[in-house]
Structures are given as C-alpha cells and as structure tokens.
Design a protein around this ligand. Sequence first.
Ligand SMILES: *[C@@H]1O[C@H](CO)[C@@H](O)[C@H](O)[C@H]1NC(C)=O
Length: 306
Amino acid sequence: MFGSRSPHYEKVAHSDTEAGEEAPRQLKKSFISRSTTYFNFGFFVVNTIIFVTTLWANGRKGANWALKQTNYDTPLLDQFTFKMTDVKQNASLFNDPFTIYKADPSPEVDAAWDAIADTPVLVFSKEDIVRIGKDPEYTTSVPEEFGYGTDKYFGVMDGQHLIHCLDELRRFAHYDYYYREKWGDMSNIPPMHAAHRSHCIGVLLNALKCQPSLNIVTWTWMEDQPEPFPDFNAWRKCQNTDELFEWIDKRQVSRQSIKDWDWKRPEGQKEIPLLPQLKEEEGKGGEKHADLGVAHNHGQGHTHDS
Ligand SMILES: *[C@@H]1O[C@H](CO)[C@@H](O)[C@H](O)[C@H]1NC(C)=O
C-alpha cells in the first residue's frame, strides 16, 4: 500500500552540481522514504509473527478446537479433552471379525448394548443451558435436594441418546426375540412404542444427514465372485468415545435419586402445551406419558420392553 512512495523511485542527490537549493527537499524526501521502508518492514515482521502464532495456536488446539467448528456450542468441549485417532472400521457383511454389538440377541448381547446405549444424566448450569440454545425457564431444573445447588439443570449427551435409539431399532429388528411373546405380530405394538420407533428413525437420520461421514467406501475383486464386492471398511477419524463415556459415567446424577424422586412440578413452572397425540392416547385410556424423559434411566438396563 506504500508502493507509490517506494524508495526505488527516489532520485537521490549525489553530485555537487545537483546539490544546493534542491538539497533540503531531497533530504526530506529520502527521510520519508526511509521511514516508510522501516514501517513496511516492521509491519511485515508483525504480520509474520501473528500469522505463525495463529498457525501454532490452532495446531495446538487440536481435537477440541476442530470439534468446536462442527458442533453447536456444548459445555462438553470445554470440560473433556478429545483425541482423534485414525481407525479402519470393520464393516464386513458377516460378523467376522466378531463384534458383540452385531451378534444375534442373547443376555450377553443385551448387557453389551445396555452398557453402550446408556443415557447417563448430567447437571448443567444456567449459563450452560443458555449457550446450548435452550431457555432455562422451560428446562427442567435439578431439585435442590439432589445437592447440586440452585439453578442447575438436567441434560443428556445427544450422541448417547442416538446410540440408545439405535438399540431400540435393533430390538425391533430382532422383533421375535424381544417382543413377539408380549405383543404378538408387530402390527399390535402399543402406539407409544410405535411412536418411539419412528422418533428413533427420525433422530438417527437427522444426525447422519446433518453430519454425514465423508469417508469413502470402495469395491474389490473377491475370488469366485462374478462382480465387484463392496469394501465398507472405511478409515475414519474416531474420537476417544470410550474415555468420554467413562468420564460422563463418573459425573452422572445418581440413578437411584432420579428413580426414587417424587417428581413434582415446581411452583409457577412454565410448561409447554400437551401434545395432541398424547391427549388422544390418554383419552383412550392408553399410556399416560411418553417414556422418553429422565425416566429413561431405569438403573440396570433398559426396560422399555417390559
Ligand atoms: C477389526 O478387527 C480386527 C481383528 O479382530 C481387530 O484387531 C481390530 O481392532 C478391529 N478394528 C476395529 C476398528 O474394531
């Protein structure tokens, strides 16, 4: 931006004949041009320092910084240190290599899913509720008797609720094992369970579409197979999810307290209107409430199906 005053274009007096009257003006000019050069150089150095420092700082911010770019504001990103690891996923057509989560239902499979599809309840401050985009006046607060003080609110990590939903759909996929004895044909399932099923399909699609995996699956030639065979084993950058779940587990609100608490609406509590579908269900003498709230936590395992 100081190009027009560049010293290249300065005519500098260097002989006696050119000296004289011209001298003071030339001196002044070269003084200005020298100052400009120093200023330009200083400006360049400062810019370089800022640029390098920013690169260095961004590099150091690591996974938490990256995740902040791809998540709505969440207190978890200030509280837990995320790590990213390159992982090649096992996505074979058959359950080989064996993963318990893909196996046919059994008490062991249920135990594995109960552990991973858990939705531990956490406590958040009023500021946290505001920053995650919720209205504290419409958010269920933690009763003071729980010992967290005042102006505290319940919350569950969305990702854990999504895994819970996948487990719900898994149970419907193994309908005979989980439900047939109780309800007979699938068309007989109670409306609230049908609602839960469609709710789960919806939230999983929302999440997968909101942030789809951009990693690529390919095809390969398999011995004896007439056509290319898909290779779904994609590389992904995986978060330290097991550590995160452990961290959440340690901070969760006592399940027993939630289970035993005699839930009462606080005085003057702001409410949302009753869902028309729930009203209709109640009218028919159906289930009083959707089993989707903090009552998720039944202690040992999920009992939606019992
Ligand atoms: C895939 O399976 C192999 C063999 O059992 C195992 O060593 C590896 O850890 C598995 N990878 C993942 C991401 O689970």
